[in-house]
Design a protein around this ligand. Structure first.
Ligand SMILES: Nc1ncnc2c1ncn2[C@@H]1O[C@H](COP(=O)(O)OP(=O)(O)OP(=O)(O)O)[C@@H](O)[C@H]1O
Length: 273
C-alpha cells in the first residue's frame, strides 16, 4: 500500500530572528498548502515584514527552516535561490513602481530584465504585447495608460499596475504586502477581488500581510495572527472575527481594551471598546 504525503508549498519550522536584544520572530511554525491564500495579520511591529523578508530569502533567520517545495531555501546555492525568487511575484505596499519607466515597461520588468532563461529571448515588442494583455486583466485600458508614467496614475490604478507586474511571469507564489493600504474601501474591495481572481486563475499560492480585516477575509483561505513575534492563532480566514482567542478578538474588532496594550501619550477618557 502506498501512502501519499502532500508537501506544503511553503513549510516553516521553528523560525526565529532577533536584532540585538529585540526578538522579532519566535519559533514560527506554519504550512501553506499549494494553491491556497494565507493571510498574516498583526499589529505594527509584530514581525510581519520580517517574516515576509525571510520567506523571500532576503533576510537570514537565526534558526529554523523555510522549505519551498520541500527544499530549505537556506540550503540552496545563490543561483538556485535566485531561481526560486524568480518563481515569486510581489505586490508591495506602495506598488513600488519605477517612476522613470512607462507603465507597460513597469509591468514587463521581470520579462525584460529578469534572469530566468526562458525570458531572455523575449523582444521588447513581445514584452509590450504581454504587458498590454496583463493590464487588461487587471481592469486597466492599456491603450490609455500603457505609455503613461506612474505619477500620472491614481493610487488605485498604481496598485493595479503593481498587481499586473506581480503576475506577469505567472509566479507560483505571490506575496502581497498591505495590498489595500491607502485605498478607499471600495477600491480596496476591487483590488482584493482582482487579487483573488488572479491568484485563482494562475493557481498560485499566495501570502498576504495586512491590517485590514475585510481584506484578510476577502483574500484569505487561511489566516494567522502574529503577536510580539509569535503566531498565536491559525485557522480559516472566514473564522477570524469569531475566533475565541482574546488577542485575535481584540485585534479583529479594533477594541482599545483587552490583552493587547498600546501605549499612548494622552489618556483617552470615556467611550468603551
Ligand atoms: N533590519 C532591521 N534591523 C533592526 N530591526 C529591525 C529590522 N527590520 C525590522 N526590525 C524590527 O523588527 C520589528 C518588527 O518589524 P516589522 O517591520 O516586521 O513589523 P510589521 O509587523 O511589519 O509592522 P508594520 O505593520 O508597522 O509594518 C520592529 O521592532 C522593527 O524595529
Amino acid at each position: 500500500m502506498t501512502s501519499s504525503v502532500t508537501v506544503p508549498k511553503i513549510r516553516i519550522r521553528n523560525l526565529s530572528k532577533s536584532f540585538g536584544n529585540n526578538q522579532v520572530l519566535r519559533n514560527i511554525n506554519m504550512d501553506v498548502p499549494e494553491g491556497t491564500s494565507f493571510v498574516i495579520i498583526g499589529g505594527s511591529g509584530s514581525g510581519k515584514s520580517v517574516l515576509l523578508r525571510c520567506i523571500l530569502g532576503l533576510m537570514v533567520p537565526d534558526s529554523g527552516s523555510i522549505e519551498i517545495d520541500g527544499k530549505n531555501i537556506f540550503d540552496l546555492s545563490h543561483s538556485q535561490r535566485d531561481e526560486k525568487l524568480e518563481q515569486m511575484g510581489m505586490l508591495f505596499q506602495n506598488a513600488a513602481l519605477f517612476d522613470s519607466l512607462p507603465i507597460w515597461e513597469n509591468v514587463a520588468f521581470a520579462l525584460l530584465y529578469g534572469h530566468r532563461k526562458k525570458h531572455k529571448t523575449i523582444t521588447r515588442l513581445e514584452a509590450h504585447e504581454k504587458a498590454f494583455r496583463v493590464l487588461e486583466l487587471v481592469g486597466l485600458d492599456p491603450e490609455r495608460v500603457g505609455d503613461l508614467y506612474p505619477d500620472e496614475l491614481s493610487g488605485g490604478m498604481q496598485k493595479r499596475v503593481g498587481l499586473a507586474r506581480a503576475i506577469v511571469s505567472k509566479p507560483e507564489i505571490i506575496f502581497f504586502d498591505e495590498p489595500t493600504t491607502g485605498l478607499d474601501p471600495i477600491m480596496g474591495a476591487v483590488i482584493d477581488g482582482l487579487i483573488k481572481a488572479c491568484v485563482d486563475k494562475l493557481g498560485s499560492t499566495a501570502i498576504a500581510i495586512t491590517h485590514d480585516m475585510a481584506s484578510a477575509q476577502r483574500i484569505g483561505d487561511q489566516a494567522a495572527m502574529l503577536y510580539q513575534g509569535e503566531l498565536i492563532w491559525q485557522g480559516q480566514a472566514d473564522k477570524l472575527l469569531e475566533a475565541d482567542n482574546p488577542y485575535v478578538h481584540q485585534f479583529t474588532h479594533g477594541l482599545r481594551h483587552g490583552p493587547i496594550k498600546v501605549e499612548t501619550k494622552i489618556e483617552i477618557k470615556g467611550q468603551g471598546g
